[in-house]
Design a protein around this ligand. Sequence first.
Ligand SMILES: Nc1ncnc2c1ncn2[C@@H]1O[C@H](COP(=O)(O)OP(=O)(O)O)[C@@H](O)[C@H]1O
Ligand SMILES: CC(C)(COP(=O)(O)O)[C@@H](O)C(=O)NCCC(=O)O
Ligand SMILES: [K+]
Length: 258
Amino acid sequence: MIFVCDVGNTNIVLGIYKENQLEFHWRLETHSNKTEDEYAMIIKNLLSHVGLTFEDIEGAIISSVVPSLIFALERMCEKYFRTVPLVVGSNVEVGLKLDYANPNEIGADRIVNAVAAVEYYKTPSIVVDFGTATTFCYIDENENYRGGAIAPGVNISTEALYRHASKLPRVKLSTPEHVIGQSTVDAIQSGVVYGYVGLVEGIVGRMKQVSPVLPTVIATGGLASFIAKETDVFDFLDPFLTLKGLYLIYQKNKDGGR
Ligand SMILES: Nc1ncnc2c1ncn2[C@@H]1O[C@H](COP(=O)(O)OP(=O)(O)O)[C@@H](O)[C@H]1O
Ligand SMILES: CC(C)(COP(=O)(O)O)[C@@H](O)C(=O)NCCC(=O)O
Ligand SMILES: [K+]
């Protein structure tokens, strides 16, 4: 079984692949100061809950946009799974041309998403990942990663509003009944939800305008299903795109590609 793990700024999403299928998946809170031992014990419990142990894990791959956790999770794999994990970004072949001023700068999650998009969907494509940030990545018809856009995420945008305006409360992320809000809470929900839908449709629309062929638009990330309910801009909703990409990269590299 193969352990796949994507560390985002809010959540760590992890899964177990067995015979090319994602058999189990879980979501943990990201704590950038947690140690390899702490994460190992959490994961030990999750595995045991589905009847697995560390010994069942034959290989591992990690992508992380939180640098301090790369080392901890690498150590965890070595110490508890007894396997050296592949880490996206360090000597791992992803099989995509990265057309970016400095390719080392690209978030590992964005690269992994692009790998999965190329494998599972028709290019050109736009991957929209709704996490702490919302990222948009354009992959052209020659399967080149061409960059994209990074916007403040849905939750942190809402958070900023409540933190910086004394009279505005923290509100639950929820679609209001009307765009014309009749209370402060309704008005904030309208601004956040419809504002965000506008942002997404706007960026995707502009990317379509500069794409020679109509791109396939794929949504992923923890908040994708929430936004997808409010717009028809997406062709596909694929919540596990990042884990799928990790498994593809694992397979490309497992036999000494490193
Ligand atoms: N099981 C879930 N279903 C729907 N939304 C979720 C779920 N778990 C977390 N979320 C939402 O997704 C957000 C995190 O999205 P994610 O893509 O994991 O972010 P990041 O990659 O930046 O850590 C959380 O803040 C939460 O609001
Ligand atoms: C843009 C991101 C913060 C998104 O991370 P996430 O929302 O998944 O936590 C991450 O991909 C990142 O740190 N990228 C580096 C900059 C870049 O991709 O150009
Ligand atoms: K992510």
